[in-house]
Ligand binder design. Structure first.
Ligand SMILES: Nc1ncnc2c1ncn2[C@@H]1O[C@H](COP(=O)(O)OP(=O)(O)OP(=O)(O)O)[C@@H](O)[C@H]1O
Ligand SMILES: [Mg+2]
Length: 291
C-alpha cells in the first residue's frame, strides 16, 4: 500500500506517476452529456451564424434541449444577432483560450430570454487569441479541454465557426462530435464544402477519430432559381448522399429583419417560412444525433 499524504495517494513507482497532474476544474460536473456540433464552412456568408442561432433557438424552445452556443468567430455575430435576447454578463473566451486555466466555457456563458439557451459570447480579442493559440502546446486541443465539464451541463453545444480553417475552426472541429455544413446553392459554396470535408478527414485521421459529418444543409435557397438549385442539390447528393438534409432553408428576408432587431426568428416572426424550416431542421438534427 503506497503512503498517503494529505489525503492523496502517492505512488512509489516511476514513469506515469511523474506526469504532471491536471489541476481540478472549477466547474462541478452535471448530469448531461452534450452532443457538440460544429457549424462550419470554409466559405463566408453561407449562413453558419444564422443556422447556429436559429437551430439553437428551435432546439431550446420546442425540443426541450439545454443548449449552449459558443461563438468562435471574432466578428461576434451570434451576440449581434441575439443582442436583444441576451442577459448581461459573460466572460472572455479569448482569455480562456490563451492561457492554461481551470475554468470552463460554461462559466463565462450568459443566459438568454429563451429558456434553456445560453451563449458564450465572442469578443474582438478572439482574433488575437487565434494567433496566440499557435504558440500553445496542444493548440488544437484547447477548446476540447475547455468544454470537458461544460458538456455535462447541456444536451447540445453548437459552435459557430469563423469562415476559414484557422486555429479556432480547427479547435472547434477537434472539440466536436460532428459537423453541420451550411451551403448556398452556388458552385463556389459547393467547392468550399469539398475543402471543409477534406479538412474533416484529416482531423479524423490525426486528432479526432470520432468526428462525424452530421450533414449538409442548403440555405438561402431562392425559389426563383429552381434549375440552378436542383443542379447544386444533385451535385451535393451525388457526392455526399444522405448527408444532404431533406430540409432546405429558403431565402427569407425575415431572417435578416430578425437579426436587425437582435432577436431570434421565433421571437421575431414564429410563423414565417424560415422559422418553420429551422424547426424541421432541428428535428432532423435531433434524429441524426440520437442515432
Ligand atoms: N435563409 C436566408 N435568407 C435570407 N438571408 C439570409 C439567410 N441566411 C442567412 N441570411 C443572411 O445572409 C447573411 C450571411 O449570413 P450569416 O451571417 O449567417 O453567414 P455566415 O456563414 O455566418 O457568415 P460569416 O462567414 O461572415 O460568418 C446575413 O446577412 C444573413 O442575415
Ligand atoms: Mg458567421
Amino acid at each position: 500500500m503506497p503512503p498517503v499524504h494529505n489525503g492523496a495517494r502517492v505512488s512509489l513507482g516511476g514513469g506515469a506517476s511523474m506526469a504532471p497532474r491536471r489541476a481540478a476544474k472549477s466547474l462541478a460536473p452535471g448530469d448531461a452529456q452534450a452532443k457538440v456540433i460544429a457549424v462550419a464552412a470554409q466559405k463566408g456568408g453561407v449562413g453558419k451564424t444564422t443556422t447556429t442561432v436559429s437551430l439553437a433557438a428551435a432546439l431550446a424552445r420546442f425540443y426541450g434541449q439545454r443548449v449552449l452556443v459558443i461563438d468562435l468567430d471574432a466578428q461576434s455575430h451570434v451576440s449581434l444577432a441575439l443582442r436583444e435576447m441576451l442577459n448581461v454578463g459573460g466572460g472572455s473566451l479569448a482569455e480562456l483560450l490563451e492561457e492554461p486555466t481551470t475554468m470552463e466555457v460554461a462559466e463565462i456563458a450568459v443566459g438568454t430570454r429563451i429558456d434553456n439557451l445560453e451563449v458564450t459570447p465572442s469578443c474582438p480579442e478572439l482574433a488575437r487569441a487565434e494567433n496566440r493559440l499557435s504558440t500553445r502546446i496542444g493548440k488544437e486541443l484547447v477548446l476540447r479541454g475547455l468544454i470537458e465539464v461544460s458538456r455535462t451541463h447541456y444536451d447540445v453545444i453548437l459552435l459557430d465557426c469563423p469562415p476559414n480553417l484557422g486555429n479556432l475552426t480547427l479547435n472547434g472541429l477537434v472539440a466536436a462530435d460532428c459537423v453541420l455544413v451550411p451551403c448556398n446553392p452556388a458552385v463556389l459554396a459547393v467547392s468550399g464544402v469539398e475543402g471543409l470535408m477534406g479538412a474533416v478527414e484529416q482531423i479524423k485521421g490525426a486528432l479526432n477519430p470520432s468526428l462525424d459529418v452530421l450533414g449538409l444543409v442548403l440555405t438561402r435557397v431562392d425559389q426563383r432559381n429552381g434549375a440552378t438549385n436542383a443542379t447544386i442539390a444533385d451535385m451535393l447528393r451525388e457526392n455526399w448522399g444522405e448527408l444532404l438534409a431533406p430540409v432546405q432553408v429558403g431565402a427569407d428576408v425575415a431572417l435578416q429583419k430578425a437579426q436587425l432587431e437582435g432577436r431570434d426568428i421565433y421571437a421575431f416572426d414564429p410563423d414565417c417560412r424560415a422559422a418553420q424550416q429551422y424547426s424541421e431542421l432541428a428535428e432532423w438534427v435531433l434524429s441524426r444525433i440520437s442515432r
